[in-house]
Design a protein around this ligand. Structure first.
Ligand SMILES: [Fe+2]
Length: 712
């Protein structure tokens, strides 16, 4: 009985919400396009904006009580209205009504910003509401329950900033109830596309054309940056970053300094790399005492430990919060040493300022608190709660150094004997220990410890030996940093890295076939003899693969056509989906095998997916850039699923490859979508944008010197 009653109540609430939502969306007074919304609240002024369908003169009446005895009217007719109310009292609630033609809108209210220095107030941060107005609406109703003084938005207000309708549907309409009564301070997301609509709809401090700006609110100074690197350069000498430094110097006295922008500097998402602003802005935030950074772009919640430069003693550091749960689809997350809390969920973050403390809570779209924290101005972080920024630089520089090392060729045995030198980023002495983890048949050099003085480079000598048949996985080395006395210095005190890169001279000699196979996905014509199947692929990291890929290569008697047949292990889900169109760039999302044929330094690539779709290209930008010129060969392909995954066959005419122009090489790489990794036949040790391992490898499409020799 109880559950039935509960259900009835629930459906009642649901129905009521739907009606309420409908009413909000349809009950628009004639000629009103976007309801009034507040902009740029200060202690003594505020901006009220709205949009009408026609050009018309508008006005605002307002007062502290119900008298509405103050009026500001526009001088000329417009569609996007903007009225600034001045000479207001700080921290004071005013009522206002907007009117145009014969329409007088229902009354709304705003509260001016508190007296500068006010130490007790509340704000909400969120972002990435784009594309899903209904979820955005739920998020807005959670914000309304908290009744904050103001809201900051970390960007991606709409799916496509150049689409006029989306501003209403995705951003403004779901904001009804909030935006008339509470000021929202936005920063630019990538989805705004730097569109003129953003600048028309927003009225922000405009010394930098509203692209980036700062303002004071209560006892805090806020800086909104533009992290869209293409539109707003961020390098140290850029206009934006020089302005940032100047602004932080001018507001050195602010009790709290908070920066917000779209792209996060420290993320916990497996499928995105490092934003380049990390290397510039984090150091500036640290030097000039920024307390908190709020970002979006990644659709989940993450709160970091304090991140900063190691001071040789406990210190404060900067907290970075990703609060990109405003409505768009949530993203996967993974453990990271810097992430103190993380959850892939629609949410907002509320911050209560209480003098020298900020009490924060992360709240989901149903109102449940799932993270709570205190940022205490007076507290210094223990090593267990402090992340050394220098360690990120060590990871970056170690990766780069290893990427640049030559491969050690696999003969009967393998003997690695190399050394790496990188810059020491620490400005205080640290105790550094280098050691290897025990690994299979590998014999490695003994541990080494030394006190690293500031300015002294980090030098690591390493040697590792193994037998030919036992080289995978390659051994793992560790750099461990402590205080000179051997105590814990910071939480991220170890770097695991993989300095061994094994090169293997491989060759592919196609079998000559009398009758050339029919390209129909039936691969039984290929010779699945053990000797004809190419060696097992490896994960690009040099690890054994999670899933198997088998390839057989043949050629016709005239040596004019290559025939490649493959069997790919994959789960049913991934084997059954993918594009069916030829040369569809969305093939990058699919399970796939890439065939790379090198002729001299030229590389021809053929990508095939479980649906038999083929994309042939000589240019990796085809994958990402829909305007890139595509190369069309006369190659044909077919595929079908089987009980272990999928199988394919591809016919490649050789006469269009200019094979007389140089040495021919071949490589195969296979994208395993389920495990988010790539396998290769010949390991190329290309550089990846990800940072989950040191170094992180990807398949290099153009490393012809690391491909197998193709003997035609
Ligand atoms: Fe984004």
């Amino acid at each position: 009985m109880k559950s039935v009653k509960f259900k009835i109540i629930l459906s009642g609430i649901f129905l009521f919400s739907c009606i309420a939502l409908l009413a909000q969306q349809t009950n628009y007074p004639e000629n009103l396009y976007i309801y009034p919304y507040l902009q740029y609240a200060t202690p003594t002024s505020i901006i009220i904006k709205w949009e009408t369908k026609i050009q018309v003169k508008g006005s605002v009446i307002y007062s502290e009580d119900d008298s509405f005895d103050n009026t500001v009217a526009e001088a000329s007719p417009v569609k996007i209205h903007e009225i600034k109310l001045k000479n207001l009292k700080p921290a004071t609630k005013y009522y206002y009504k907007v009117s145009f033609e014969d329409t007088v809108l229902e009354k709304a209210s705003f509260t001016t910003a508190p007296v500068p220095g006010t130490s007790n107030w509340r704000m909400v941060a969120y972002g990435d509401n784009r594309t899903f107005p209904e979820t955005h609406r739920r998020i807005v109703s959670q914000i309304l329950k908290l009744d904050p003084s103001m809201v900051i938005h970390s960007g991606d207000l709409v799916s496509d900033g150049n689409n006029y309708e989306e501003w209403k549907i995705e951003y403004f309409d779901p904001m009804k109830g909030l935006s008339e009564n509470i000021t929202v301070f936005p920063s630019l997301g990538n989805h705004e596309r730097n569109s003129p609509y953003y600048y028309e709809y927003m009225s922000l401090p405009d010394e930098n054309g509203e692209s980036f700006y700062s303002f004071d609110y209560g006892n805090a100074h806020f800086i909104a940056l533009n992290s869209n690197a293409m539109e707003a350069p961020f390098e140290l000498n850029s206009v934006q970053t020089q302005w940032l430094i100047k602004d932080l110097k001018e507001h050195a006295d602010a009790e709290w300094k908070i920066a917000f922008f779209h792209h996060p500097l420290f993320r916990c998402q497996p499928t995105r790399g490092i934003e380049p602003q990390r290397w510039v802005w984090q150091e500036i935030f640290d030097e000039y005492g920024v307390d908190l950074v709020v970002n979006g772009h990644d659709h989940y919640y993450q709160r970091t430990y304090a991140i900063g430069n190691y001071q040789g003693k406990p210190s404060r550091g900067i907290y970075h919060i990703i609060s990109g749960g405003g409505g768009a689809n949530n993203y996967p997350i993974m453990p990271k040493v810097h992430a103190a809390s993380r959850r892939s969920i629609h949410h907002i973050t509320v911050l209560d300022f209480l003098g020298d403390r900020i009490i924060g809570r992360a709240i989901d779209d149903e109102g449940n608190v799932f993270d709570a924290f205190v940022i205490d101005k007076k507290a210094e972080n223990s090593p267990e709660e402090f992340i050394s920024f220098e360690m990120f630089k060590i990871e970056r520089d170690l990766s780069e150094a290893i990427i640049n090392l030559p491969l050690t060729q696999l003969e009967k045995t393998i003997n690695v004997d190399q050394s790496i030198e990188i810059e020491n980023p620490f400005l205080h002495p640290v105790l550094m220990t280098f050691y290897w983890m025990p690994s299979g048949n590998w014999t490695t050099n003994p541990p080494a410890t030394n006190i690293l003085q500031p300015g002294q480079t980090i030098k690591i000598d390493f040697s590792a030996d193994s037998e030919k048949n036992n080289v995978y996985p390659p051994p793992k080395a560790i750099l461990h940093f402590q205080t000179p006395k051997g105590k814990m210095a910071f939480k991220n005190n170890k770097v695991e890295f993989f300095p061994v890169k094994i090169g293997q001279k491989k060759k592919v000699k196609p079998l000559i076939v009398k009758k050339f196979p029919v390209i129909d996905g039936d691969i039984s014509e290929a010779n699945w003899d053990k000797n004809a199947i190419l060696d097992q692929f490896n994960d690009v990291q040099g690890d054994p693969p999670v899933q198997k890929t088998e390839i057989v290569v043949s050629m016709n008697k005239k040596r004019s056509k290559l025939f490649i047949a493959g069997k790919v292990e994959a789960s049913e889900e991934y084997s059954n989906r993918g594009t069916t169109k030829r040369d569809d760039r969305f093939i990058r999302r699919d399970e796939q095998v890439k065939i790379h044929i090198g002729v001299g330094t030229e590389v021809y690539t053929y990508i095939i997916n479980p649906k038999g779709a083929l994309l042939d290209t000589q240019d990796i930008t085809i994958f990402w850039n829909s305007n890139a010129e595509i190369w069309n060969s006369t190659a044909t392909a077919a595929a079908r699923t089987n009980q272990d995954g999928w199988q394919f066959e591809v016919e490649i005419p050789l006469d269009e490859l200019n094979i007389m122009n140089g040495k021919t090489t071949i490589n195969f790489s296979r994208r395993d979508v389920e495990n988010n990794t790539e396998y290769e036949y010949s390991l190329t040790y290309g550089k990846s944008q990800f940072d989950h391992r040191v170094p992180m490898y990807s398949s290099d499409w153009f490393a012809v010197d690391r491909f197998a020799d193709l003997e035609l």
